[in-house]
Design a protein around this ligand. Structure first.
Ligand code: KG4
Ligand code: ZN
Length: 332
């Protein structure tokens, strides 16, 4: 992916290769298959983005890569390719945190009216397949420190992430991986109150989430309905009720954090930000959202984070490139 400049954040070229179909028969991501496939496709993806942007490698100012956190094999492929490219071109490399990319995704191609409407503190909810994290951010991205996310984390999931809960329950319903969007679609026309599923950690004193109890309750209900021969008929009600349990847990903790920290803008990012019910639940708030194509993992958000860090002077060059490594589990 290629970005034009930090104020406009225009996406000139973006190539994405989804491995969803490759992993679907296994019901989840198989790490070894993921890294092999990265290796097979990465050069073509880079070439495609450059040609789409109608530029040459020499026109680049810097190269940005996500080096943490994630599946180590897949990260190593990206980091090695980016290091080789930076070294060969004599350009700086900017390693960025995957979650910082998500946090910045709404700023991609953001219109000036929305940009002007942003007020701080801002609550950022990263709601993806791997994370359900709440951050209270005091400053605009241009002046974020390197450990901004670590310092501003106020809440997180204690077990499954919201997207993971969607996926696991969808799998029990027979939907292919990843199932979040299938539940979203099938919930249409269903009754949200048909089944009373547990709301995760409803206590009023903290902003953490837990979705494992819901998963167990949903599994029991699915089996019960299947035994009674009513599963197909009740599927929209089931999807609407499961979705409501996840979304209402998100809504109550997000609202609590907004109130306690005096947040003036809410930003929801990550794959689950594509969920229609979640978007609707906050439609009365000063809300910023990424475009749908920037909700799920993408290279544009990594370039956006890299551009900001590059302008702050965080590029790595020449021999120092050897010190850049992939990290499966950084602290945040
Ligand atoms: O951000 P993302 O692409 O990957 C991670 O960094 O984890 O998020 C993927 C997650 C999956 O769990 C997927 O089921 C979920 O986002 N997702 C949705 C919807 N679209 C994607 N969940 C609920 N409703 C949706 N419409
Ligand atoms: Zn992600």
């Amino acid at each position: 992916m290629i970005l034009k400049d930090k104020d406009q954040a225009t996406v000139l070229g973006l190539s994405t290769f989804s491995q969803v179909r490759i992993h679907q028969p296994y019901g989840g991501v198989v790490p070894e298959i993921a890294s092999r496939n990265h290796l097979e496709t990465i050069n073509e993806m880079i070439a495609r983005a450059i040609s789409q942007a109608k530029i040459t490698f020499g026109d680049l100012d810097a190269i940005s890569v996500t080096n943490r956190p994630g599946l180590i094999g897949a990260l190593l492929v990206g980091v090695s390719a980016a290091k080789a490219l930076a070294y060969a071109l004599g350009k700086p490399l900017v390693p960025v945190h995957h979650l910082e990319g998500h946090a910045l995704s709404p700023f991609l191609e953001m219109d000036s009216k929305t940009r002007e409407s942003i007020q701080y503190p801002m609550l950022i909810a990263i709601v993806s397949g791997g994370h359900t994290n709440l951050y209270v951010i005091q400053h605009p991205p241009e002046i974020w420190s390197l450990d901004v996310l670590k310092k501003s984390l106020v809440g997180r999931s204690r077990d499954d992430a919201a997207g993971e809960a969607f996926d696991k329950i969808a799998k029990l319903m027979g939907f292919p991986y990843p199932g979040g969007a299938h539940i979203d679609r099938n919930a249409e026309g269903g009754n949200r109150e048909a089944f009373d599923f547990p709301r995760a950690l409803p206590q009023k004193s903290h902003y953490d989430f837990s979705f494992s109890g819901l998963k167990t309750a949903a599994a029991l209900k699915i089996n019960e309905l299947k035994k009674a021969g009513e599963f197909e008929k009740r599927l929209p009600d089931l999807c609407a009720s499961v979705q409501e349990a996840i979304i209402s847990a998100l809504v109550s903790k997000i609202e609590l954090a907004i109130k306690d920290h005096g947040c003036r803008t809410l930003s929801i990012v990550g794959g689950v930000a594509a969920n229609r019910r979640l978007r609707e639940a906050f439609s009365n708030r000063n809300l910023i959202l990424p475009k749908k194509e920037y909700c799920t993992d993408n290279a544009a958000m990594i370039a956006m984070a890299g551009a900001i860090r590059f302008l702050q002077g965080h590029g790595v060059r020449d021999e120092a490139l050897l010190s850049v490594s992939a990290l499966a589990h950084p602290e945040i």
